[in-house]
Each structure stands twice: as C-alpha cells, then as structure tokens.
Design a binder for this molecule. Structure first.
Ligand SMILES: [Zn+2]
Length: 169
C-alpha cells in the first residue's frame, strides 16, 4: 500500500525519482522522502517427538481457510528468534525450542504492491497442549507424507516444507 500523505506535514505526496533514480513518494512541500522497506516475519517448522509438524488453520486473510506454519511479523523490540517463539505460542499454545535457521525467503504480492521477508527456524515442541489462538482457528500435526497435500496459504511455506521433507526422506 502506497502512502498518500506526508507523515511530517500532511501534504499530498508526489512520486518521482530521488537520488538513485528509484521512484519514491516525496513531499513537494517539506521535501520529506518516504523510504519503504519490506516487513520481516518469523516462524517455525515445529516438530513433535513423533516427527509430525504443527500447522495452523488460518482464520484471517491473507490465506483464510488455508493452512500455514506458525509465523508472524516482528515487533520493534524483538529479535527474529523471539518473534518465531512468540508467534508459535500465540497461534498454537505450544512452547518450542529453536533448533536451526531453516531459511530466509523474500515474497512479493504484485496485486497489493507489497513485499516482505520470512525467516523460518526448525524447532522442537517442548511444552504445551495444541490449541488455536491469535488468528488461527485450528492446530493440527501432520506427518511428512501428508503435509504437502495440505492446502497451504503461502508458497514460501510450501518451499520450506518441501525442503524439510527432502531432508527427511
Ligand atoms: Zn511534508
């Protein structure tokens, strides 16, 4: 979503090449330049002792009615690791211990003119009973054999799980 008004003085923004010729929103009144950067999300491939991985059924868009890994956007005072653990607890009721960085994905939604970065960790469930919370409506564990047949909300999650399955089989 492109900003319309200057956050400094309220004037209508213009779009024009700035410095490096990148087209940016610029305020013609006070000269303020809006630099837009992608938000960062973090999440987990959280496995139980039996190897099954937790997915959440999404209750909100994007991806309402589809499944996804527990993940969400970083708060300003968090590390990516803290975000991944917090989002998992909020969406599944499960406390996890992170194991390793699984990958970093850039994504882009052309229609919405937005983009972002997703950081995923592998993790082990150490405590808690699976229960839906936050913007999830159901939590379920899936085996390696079935997980890629689940209707997933995001291509990044599919890529991450394909890589996960490839390592395990
Ligand atoms: Zn301005």
């Amino acid at each position: 979503m492109q900003p319309k008004f200057c956050s400094q003085c309220g004037h209508l923004l213009e779009f024009r090449p700035v410095e490096d010729n990148h087209i940016r929103p610029v305020c013609p009144s006070c000269g303020f330049i809006v630099y837009q950067n992608p938000p960062i999300a973090a999440g987990v491939i959280a496995a139980r002792e039996d190897g099954k991985v937790a997915l959440v059924l999404r209750g909100e868009n994007p991806g309402k009615g589809l499944w996804g890994l527990p993940a969400g956007f970083m708060e300003i005072d968090e590390t990516v690791e803290e975000t991944a653990v917090r989002e998992c607890l909020e969406e599944t009721g499960l406390t996890v211990q992170l194991n390793q960085l699984w990958g970093v994905w850039s994504y882009r939604h052309q229609a919405k003119q937005s983009s972002g970065v997703l950081v995923l960790f592998t993790a082990t469930v150490v405590e808690g009973d699976a229960r839906a919370g936050s913007d999830s409506v159901e939590v379920k564990f899936f085996s390696l054999d079935e997980i890629l047949d689940v209707p997933l909300a995001f291509e990044t999650h599919r890529d991450a799980l394909t890589k996960w399955k490839g390592r395990k089989t």
